[in-house]
Design a protein around this ligand. Structure first.
Ligand code: GDP
Length: 216
């Protein structure tokens, strides 16, 4: 596997829809590294995926009725997959819907050995909501490389963006996260802010494991 298609052209991640699965029993084999995208409904997770892949239809499949509660897998050209996890936290969601989200996502996060990184998409105006913090805590515990993405940065003036960035970085440090493997980045799916930085990071996560280590 090579990351050529990501590094050669850092403007977008070429990804195509593979399949939707209600749980791991229906997921593709564990033979490729995966990057998971999580986020509250309306954080702009679909827009972020569309922006990173340079295709405004990428996440459409995840939004079609009947698929919003599924794990949606995309194949990345050059190797690896992106997994769009169901959005969480509709203010009015019923408990049963929350429970379904939690069981599908928990099963995926806890039982997927080929998971290499987690992206938590947040609205910069409402960062670190309870389930975002739960994900951060889980990632910290299992030392999963994580990107806390502050989307919709265009909604704030530059100074306010930087203030929130610092505040969230402080919270992440306070939560005990490893600053080397946990990043916080401002982003705008609308304007394309920091697309290159995020693609670079995801590309590094999708790199094959060190062959020397793999042989041990
Ligand atoms: P999802 O429910 O998390 O998948 O969110 P969507 O991608 O559907 O976005 C929710 C709303 O936020 C839509 O109206 C988007 O147009 C808007 N949105 C998403 N990203 C951005 C952004 O970076 N800036 C602004 N201003 N709006 C955004």
């Amino acid at each position: 596997m090579s990351r050529a298609s990501i590094t050669r052209d850092t403007e977008r991640i070429e990804a195509s829809f593979l399949l939707s699965a209600p749980g791991l029993a229906h997921a593709p084999p564990e033979d490729e590294p995966e990057i998971a995208f999580a986020g509250r409904s309306n954080s702009g997770k679909s827009s972020v995926l569309n922006r990173l892949t340079g295709n405004r239809h990428t996440a459409k499949v995840s939004r079609t009725p009947g698929r919003t509660q599924l794990l949606n897998f995309f194949t990345v050209r050059g190797g690896g997959r992106i997994v769009d996890l169901p959005g969480y936290g509709y203010a009015k969601a019923e408990r049963s819907a929350q429970a379904r989200w939690q069981s599908a996502v928990n099963e995926y996060l806890e039982c997927r050995p080929n998971l290499r990184g987690l992206v938590v998409v947040m609205d910069i105006r409402h960062p670190l909501q309870p389930l975002d913090v739960d994900l951060l805590r889980w990632a910290t515990t299992v030392r999963m490389p994580t990107l806390m993405l502050l989307n919709k940065a265009d909604k704030l003036a530059f100074g306010a963006q930087q203030q929130t960035l610092q505040r969230v970085r402080n919270s992440v440090t306070a939560a005990g996260a490893d600053p080397v493997t946990t990043s916080v980045i401002t982003f705008s799916a609308l304007r394309g802010l920091n697309v290159d930085a995020v693609i670079e990071l995801i590309g590094s996560w999708l790199q094959p494991d060190d062959p020397l280590q793999a042989e041990e």
